[in-house]
Design a protein. Structure first.
Length: 216
């Protein structure tokens, strides 16, 4: 029996209880310290990351504005040098002399659907159900699922608009008419400007220098 064991063995019951209480308190205090340290580290991490994201967001916005503005100036100068009036275009690219880097600027229109689009969407939904539900339930459920947006069970008008040309192959005049009416419900709500950079890789192919997290 070692010295520590002898000392514990010689303690009274009250002294043993006090010793256990002290050990429990010490363990609890250590846990509190560890939790407080974790909370402090978490707060520091979140605050630092948030600040860094805000900084990069501002820098990327500034980079986008600079790139589009300078690209437009250079594009217009090409016409000015030749003594011609600059032409308005939705998309153009600028390349370096070595043809290794390309900057592209796109102007894309944003579309939205008018309120009465829902009338034609529901009509399309009913025609699909009548045409496919009984004939091939599995196919209908797949088609219905692909065209549904969100949890409300509503058809996505953008997906329907993309399917317009394929629908014509079905040869259903009523269905084609509803798709045409839905297409007429689209209107331009604004424009968006995009800029992209491409660089040639070792195989001389242009690769998008993406700034999207998903591509990193």
């Amino acid at each position: 029996m070692n010295t520590e064991t002898k000392q514990v063995a010689e303690l009274t019951e009250a002294e043993l209880e006090a010793l256990l209480a002290e050990k429990r308190k010490s363990k609890k205090d250590a846990l509190i310290v560890e939790k407080n340290k974790h909370e402090a580290d978490k707060n520091n991490f979140v605050q630092h990351t948030g600040a860094k994201f805000r900084q990069l967001q501002a820098e990327l916005k500034e980079l986008k504005e600079y790139t589009i503005a300078e690209a437009n100036k250079l594009f217009e100068r090409m016409y000015t040098i030749e003594g011609k009036e600059p032409k308005e275009t939705k998309s153009f690219s600028l390349k370096n002399t070595d043809d290794t880097i390309k900057v592209t600027v796109d102007r894309q229109e944003r579309f939205e659907f008018t309120d009465d689009a829902i009338v034609h969407i529901n009509a399309i939904k009913d025609i699909f159900k009548e045409k496919f539900a009984q004939r091939n339930k599995g196919l209908y459920e797949i088609l219905d699922g692909l065209l549904i947006k969100g949890s409300k069970g509503e058809y996505d008008p953008k997906l329907l608009a993309k399917a317009r040309s394929q629908v014509r192959k079905l040869g259903d005049d009523n269905l084609i008419a509803e798709f045409d009416k839905l297409d007429d419900c689209q209107r331009v709500s604004g424009t968006a400007l995009y800029c992209r950079v491409y660089m040639r890789d070792e195989k001389k192919r242009y690769q998008d220098v993406s700034l999207q997290f998903s591509s990193l």
